[in-house]
Design a protein around this ligand. Structure first.
Ligand SMILES: [Zn+2]
Length: 542
């Protein structure tokens, strides 16, 4: 059986239905080396990267060096750095002295020449080069996209979610340890511009080459780091946000400038709505950017990439089928939503990727809620239920770099929409979402941490609720029977302990009932049962 590979822009996946990767039921040592916190990873904590590369577009070749600084947690000598085939590490140095290393597939085990005590900082330089994997279907099946624009000029971009940043640069390729800050230096032929994450520190011109230096002053996940090279023009604005003035910069192909000036009006609208719901944009120091790329888009931190063809919806389509999805540019709203869920709050293991995609798919309806009201928002998120497959659980396998079902998007969104109903207090719900972003500010977290936080914040035992929607493919079903002025009801298709209250219409208003696995009976004068559509359950008359 094959699975649909869905990444951020996804739903995308649902639309393209790209059958790209074999479903994995068994895992290899390479999967473990990639997906677990190995002994050669856990003894050191990343502090700084300086990735300095030269890109040769005509040769589709890159070479460079990553300077890796880290803090010693437990003094040891061998550390793991990842770089995927066919790329090669050519040399590793520590204090100008060469270090020995051994390759095992995509993992390199480097032996340091000198060790330091706990708490000390150490630095190594990792030199590498090669023809990086060419993206087959960016961003889902990523790597380097070597494209040309309409004028025949180079238009190059990286994308690597899931696959891993080690597809194009050497790093500690696991979500749990984000580097604290990073400098990205990219050299390429003149006449083009590179746009990476963070702020442009300087631009150097030397002969036929140009080098740009971009500095990211906040923690960043590996897959968020990106290189985008093209015939870019730039425009910008200052958004007065919750933390003060925020620079919003836009880099687009020269011939798309006028279109972009219209389309990107959704960007400050997005910022206003999401700061309202989630709290301040998490990377003021690094600015916010939209950068045009030759693929659909991705949530690259502080340089969200854009390729939605300047259309509303998802490439002009409404994923909800309600019309509301055409009120906004899907890629601007969805990918920027990831600044809060993926870049601010990051999953510690990709098995818990619903933290990224569930909340961000949910953010689409909160954007609508902010501008068009609660009914429009509900129409939209409920409309997206048609994309849910219930093929396998949302949470994937841990420690092997394996994400769960693509249902993390719209089932995740509908689970959160259902939770909003349970909270039944929109101010409180907004406070919870904002607290989530301040509590886990710039952190990597597990699903369990998010679940526990929400249980505490709502003062509800949500354990069965999350087990139902995240760890099972069953949709709880309300069975009912109306006879002799009585309503009989119970839940089937549920996990142990699932007893989620729902609202049903009684005498023209919605009132709470609390179904369980056992039949319950209550007086009921109507001939039909109307369950509040906002709860993601099935309802069957028996
Ligand atoms: Zn996404």
């Amino acid at each position: 059986m094959k699975r649909t590979l869905l990444i951020c822009g996804l739903c995308l996946g649902l639309v393209v239905n790209a059958q790209l990767l074999q479903e994995k039921s068994t895992f290899t040592r390479q999967d473990t080396l990639r997906g677990s916190i190995t002994p050669e990873r856990e003894w050191w904590d990343l502090t700084y990267y300086h990735l300095d590369i030269e890109v040769e577009p005509d040769e589709q070749f890159i070479k460079g060096v990553n300077t890796i600084q880290f803090k010693v947690l437990t003094p040891k000598k061998v550390l793991q750095i990842d770089l995927q085939e066919p790329m090669n590490i050519t040399k590793v140095t520590q204090n100008e002295q060469t270090c020995a290393f051994k390759r095992e597939g995509n993992a390199y085990f480097i032996t340091l020449n000198t060790t330091k005590e706990q708490g000390a900082l150490q630095t190594i330089k990792v030199y590498y080069q090669g023809h990086p994997r060419v993206a087959k279907m960016a961003p889902w099946d990523g790597g380097f996209s070597w494209k040309k624009d309409q004028n025949g000029k180079h238009f190059i971009a990286t994308s690597c979610q899931g696959l891993g940043a080690s597809v194009w640069w050497p790093n500690k390729d696991h979500m749990y340890d984000e580097v604290d800050s990073m400098l990205i230096s990219v050299t390429h032929p003149k006449g083009l511009m590179n746009v990476s994450n963070g702020r442009l520190r300087s631009l150097e011109k030397a002969g036929e080459q140009v080098t740009s230096h971009w500095f990211v002053s906040n923690p960043i996940n590996n897959y968020g780091v990106n290189v985008n090279i093209g015939d870019y023009v730039h425009f910008s604005e200052v958004y007065n946000g919750e933390k003060g003035p925020l620079d919003m910069d836009y880099w687009v192909l020269s011939y798309n400038l006028e279109k972009a000036k219209q389309q990107f009006k959704d960007a400050p609208k997005m910022m206003e709505a999401f700061e309202h719901w989630f709290g301040p944009y998490p990377f003021y120091e690094d600015s916010f950017k939209l950068v045009e790329v030759p693929y659909l888009g991705m949530e690259h931190q502080s340089s969200v990439t854009y390729g939605n063809q300047y259309k509303k919806g998802y490439l002009g389509r409404d994923l909800s089928g309600t019309g509301w999805g055409l009120k906004f540019d899907f890629i601007i709203i969805h990918e920027a939503g990831h600044e809060w869920f993926a870049n601010n709050i990051t999953n510690i293991d990709i098995a818990d990727m619903w933290i990224h995609e569930g909340f961000t798919a949910y953010s689409e309806n909160l954007f609508l809620d902010y501008y068009y009201g609660k009914k429009a928002a509900a129409d939209y998120v409920i409309g997206t239920r048609k994309n849910i497959q219930n093929d396998k659980p949302i949470i994937g396998s841990y420690n092997v770099n394996q994400e769960g079902s693509s249902d993390m998007y719209y089932k995740g969104a509908n689970m959160l929409h259902t939770l909003r109903q349970l909270v039944d207090d929109d101010d409180k719900w907004r406070t919870i979402l904002r607290d989530l972003n301040s509590t886990f500010y710039h952190k990597t977290v597990s699903s369990k941490q998010i679940e526990n936080f929400l249980s505490e914040a709502t003062q509800m035992n949500l354990k069965p609720f999350f087990n139902q929607y995240l760890r099972s493919t069953e949709i709880p079903t309300l069975e009912y029977k109306i006879e002799n002025g009585q309503l009989k009801f119970r839940y089937v298709n549920h996990v142990s302990g699932f007893d989620m209250p729902i609202k049903i219409e009684i005498d023209g208003t919605y009132k709470w009932i609390k179904p369980t696995a056992k039949w319950q009976t209550m007086p009921f004068s109507s001939q039909t049962l109307k369950v509040d559509r906002n709860f993601y359950i099935n309802v069957t008359s028996v």
